[in-house]
Design a protein around this ligand. Structure first.
Ligand code: 5GP
Ligand code: ZN
Length: 138
């Protein structure tokens, strides 16, 4: 438990939340500032900063629960789709440094746009990126 961490404090019951689901290791609750109503967060109860810090067993349990809670969010909100997302590190928009998935119900007419896309200069440049990433696999 990191007492400076808002999600640790929610997991410990020190700060209230609109709880959806809880197991020994995982908690799901509504985001206080939803992209669409029903926007939920799924977290490991123990403090891990981001996805890459999660022990594999916890990542596995988190993903299984993501499927189950995601289906419930979609069913309950009658959503047409669901964005599952995780911001890792400040540059990716992570504000709360306790790993969490966002489950965002989406509607055909919700007016939200996806982020912009770029292009590669050439096929060679694209292949070079793929090669760099392949050779970085641990
Ligand atoms: P991040 O940018 O780190 O991926 O997203 C953090 C999310 O946590 C934001 O969407 C924000 O609205 C939500 N959040 C921050 N503080 C609280 C809180 O005290 N309670 C709840 N339920 N959500 C919070
Ligand atoms: Zn924490």
């Amino acid at each position: 438990m990191n007492s400076d961490c808002i999600f640790c404090r929610i997991a410990a019951g020190e700060i209230p939340c609109a709880k959806i689901y809880e197991s020994e290791e995982i908690l799901a609750f509504l985001d206080i500032a939803p992209v669409n109503k029903g926007h939920a967060l799924l977290i490991p109860k123990r403090h891990h900063e981001n996805f890459f810090d999660l022990p594999d067993e916890i990542a596995g349990v988190l993903l299984a629960d993501l499927k189950r809670v995601g289906a419930a969010v979609m069913a309950a909100t009658k959503a047409d789709g669901l964005n599952l997302g995780m911001n890792n590190y400040e540059a990716a928009g992570q504000l709360v440094m306790h790993a969490h998935f966002h489950l965002i119900p989406r509607f055909l007419d919700d007016g939200l746009n996806h982020w912009g896309q770029k292009s590669y200069e050439s096929q060679d440049e694209m292949n070079a990126f793929a090669e760099k990433i392949r050779s970085s696999l641990a």
